[in-house]
Ligand binder design. Structure first.
Ligand SMILES: Cc1cc2nc3c(=O)[nH]c(=O)nc-3n(C[C@H](O)[C@H](O)[C@H](O)COP(=O)(O)O)c2cc1C
Length: 320
């Protein structure tokens, strides 16, 4: 059974972005579910072996905290034996096992993983059945609509197979793999998926404001919405969406609030092994849209450590 979600707005998995500190921040701001960055099933198996020798667990590799719960772990890779093993390794730690069938990056699709799988109907069926039988925790799926424009409705068949095999929730990002991030997400496909499915559907793609989230829910009747790029450097969006859905209004946040939020993020990072280069990228995202933001971002690029970064971000506060 799926866990209880405290809100309808979920944080999307984003490799290099949704580290455990950012996820926790989004959770505090009202995200109903957070998902880890996608993880290679073969790396999980290799790491677990190594960690076991040091009497450590996979938590050292996929870092998270209990405060993030419910938390979903996202896997990619299509070797059935490895998939079963990796799912069993992570199962005790996470509330949902999510499977990635949407990643368009060539280094992933070339290994018969991510979005490339959408056109491999037989293998897909085996993957779903392997995963669902491997674990007792609920298994969910994240897909794009198809691989190319010519087969952009593959999601229909994939979703039917997924449901038949016991997948409990599907997130659809309605762009094809070859589209990458160009054009816009075709929300009509989310509506169609909701109509043909008997399991919860999460609508994803191009939600940047609380109004977008409400429009997506109203137009498609999807059960939940998932936000990726709109939440980058902007964890406030979850609170705003939740408030807007309840009261049709929400609190606006200033750039100084965004800077405060960056310092909250920075504070949380000290609990995890997050690379300084990733923290710098987050600082850039938190400065998105700020006055003199591009100047600030070029200064951020040159910082060599946390102390330098803190100094630059402190100087960015606008006096009122
Ligand atoms: C930098 C970045 C990294 C991403 N990494 C993942 C990932 O690890 N797993 C996944 O399923 N999707 C990944 N995505 C896709 C997002 O989860 C989401 O489906 C997509 O960005 C569309 O939603 P949005 O318009 O709200 O950003 C990534 C997207 C971005 C921008």
């Amino acid at each position: 059974m799926l866990p209880h979600f405290s809100s309808r707005a979920f944080l999307a998995p984003m490799a290099g972005v949704t580290d455990p500190a950012l996820r926790l921040q989004c959770k505090h701001m009202g995200a109903g579910l957070v998902v880890t960055e996608f993880t290679n099933i073969h790396s999980i198996i290799a790491k677990e072996k190594q960690l076991k020798e040091d009497l450590q667990t996979i938590q050292e590799f996929i870092e998270y905290s209990d405060q993030e719960r419910p938390i979903s772990v996202q896997l990619f890779g299509s070797d059935l034996f490895a998939l079963e093993k990796a799912a069993q390794i992570v199962e005790p730690y996470f509330d949902i096992i999510d499977y990635n069938m949407g990643c368009p990056a060539p280094h992933i699709t070339r290994q018969m993983a991510g979005g490339a799988l959408l056109q491999e109907i037989n293998l897909t069926q085996q993957i779903f059945s392997t995963l669902v039988n491997a674990v007792k925790k609920p298994v969910s799926l994240k897909i794009r609509s198809g691989v190319t424009d010519a087969n952009k409705f593959l999601f229909r068949e994939i979703a039917e197979i997924a449901e038949d095999e016991g997948i409990q929730m599907i997130t659809l990002h309605p762009r094809t793999v070859s589209q990458g991030y160009s054009g816009s997400a075709d929300w009509k496909m989310i509506k169609e998926l909701k109509e043909i499915s008997g399991i919860p559907i999460v609508g994803n793609g191009d939600i940047l404001t609380p109004e977008d989230a409400k429009t997506l829910i109203d137009e498609t009747n999807c059960d939940y919405v998932m936000i990726g790029r709109g939440a980058m450097g902007n964890p406030f969006l979850f609170e705003q969406i939740n408030d807007y859905l309840k009261t049709a209004s929400y609190k606006e946040y200033s750039f100084n609030d965004r800077l405060d939020s960056f310092f909250d993020y920075l504070h949380l990072t000290s609990n995890y092994k997050i690379k300084f280069s990733n923290i710098k990228s987050q600082a850039m995202r938190f400065s998105k849209g700020m006055k003199y933001g591009s100047k600030l971002r070029s200064k951020i690029t040159f910082t060599k450590n946390i102390v330098e970064l803190e100094k630059i971000m402190k100087n960015a506060y606008v006096s009122s």
